[in-house]
Design a protein around this ligand. Sequence first.
Ligand code: SAM
Length: 456
Amino acid sequence: MNLPVDFVTYTKPLLGEQWAGFVEALDGESPTSIRINKSKITSGKSLTQVPWCDSGFYLDKRPQFTFDPLFHAGGYYVQEASSMFIAQVLKQYASPSMRVLDLCAAPGGKSTLIADFLDEHSFLVSNEVIRSRANILSENITKWGNPNTVVTNNDPSRIGKLKGFFDIVLVDAPCSGEGMFRKDEGAVAEWSLENVKLCKERQQRILADIWPALKSDGVLIYSTCTYNLEENELNVRWIRDELNADILSVDVSEEWGISPSFLEDVTAYRFFPDKTNGEGFFCAVLRKKGDEENSVSKIKEKDNRSKINLETEYKNLILNSDRFTFYLRNDKWFAFPSCLYSQLQIIRSELNLVSEGICLGEFKGKDFVPDQSLALSNFLNKDAFVTLDLDWKTTISYLRKEALVFTDQPKGYILLTYQNIPLGFVKNIGNRANNLYPQEWRIRSAYVPDTVESII
Ligand code: SAM
């Protein structure tokens, strides 16, 4: 790999004897890894586990995920292995009934991971400042199917006004991307010392802006995919000293090959491609000191719950419906966990919501049109629908949003599944079935292979 001269001048002394092995690893292959959605599937294959994440697995090769229906169904998420280390942090620091903010969340790898750690009383706000990326985030969160989640599209300074609201804040900061050199040639081309400095300053702005939203004793997880000191240890030191926090440690096994911090007074976890099977990654965990008062509970909560109740039969669309609040918003019916509904109200009054809980669908005339979010929810009651399990070819046609014909099926809404995992709905009108798969999610590739090997 042709590394930028300034990168070599800066990083070589930092790595010392490790340098030669590191450079060699940068010329090697990136491993492919996925995290399985245990609420939807169990793997039938024996895959090598990512040591620091129970649901993370390496694949022998990089398959064409686009043509695997389980990828579209939220059965797994393709995620770089090192970044799954957040699972190890949460194993130690997650608690029941927590409020978590994933501040820089798109496309959603770490948010879907956090979602796996939420108990039914916990709440995840998954935020992305760039609108187009917030939509991709929302798609991935919807596919993952956890109802305790909302997606927001706000600047950190706006969220910072929710004083003392969150128990855990993850800042997976926009960074100079050195750790992605092997995967992304663009990251090499864009790298400069000047950019590292700009990134560091932006990271500090983001951290200072969001800091008030973390409650006292709350946990900040800070991560980047870079190697330099400026964006990593020096920023952690800055958080500790300027924002007032204690640095925490995470239990790791020596066998995992995770490297320690470069600075003695900073505890952190570093991933190098020559030592761990993954890309470059940095993570540190801090506990906020001080006595920030949670002032958010004082916000007057407006109860917008609709007085109209969904007909009993529509409540049957989801499992455990007695634990959900049903409400109408912009002509669509939603279900949100009742125990978190007041928190949703706070978020709605303060932030720009992109998606929330389970969107059940909407009435068009007398017809209740079920939403894609319902099909992919882990709380979907499959028994509420006529269900049709498709072969691979028909599934790909469905995901390409092509016209389908199911003349032997009853008229009305049909839930389509692949290997019994829900994918979405069609409305069967007899001579054809209207394909309700979201237009913007469809497979666009003109090429379709004749067959694919199953991944999990
Ligand atoms: N956490 C994500 C995941 O695991 O899939 C990856 C996040 S990526 C490293 C950093 C994100 O920060 C990007 O989505 C980027 O759009 C966002 N970002 C860029 N500038 C930002 C800013 N000033 N404040 C907050 N987020 C920002």
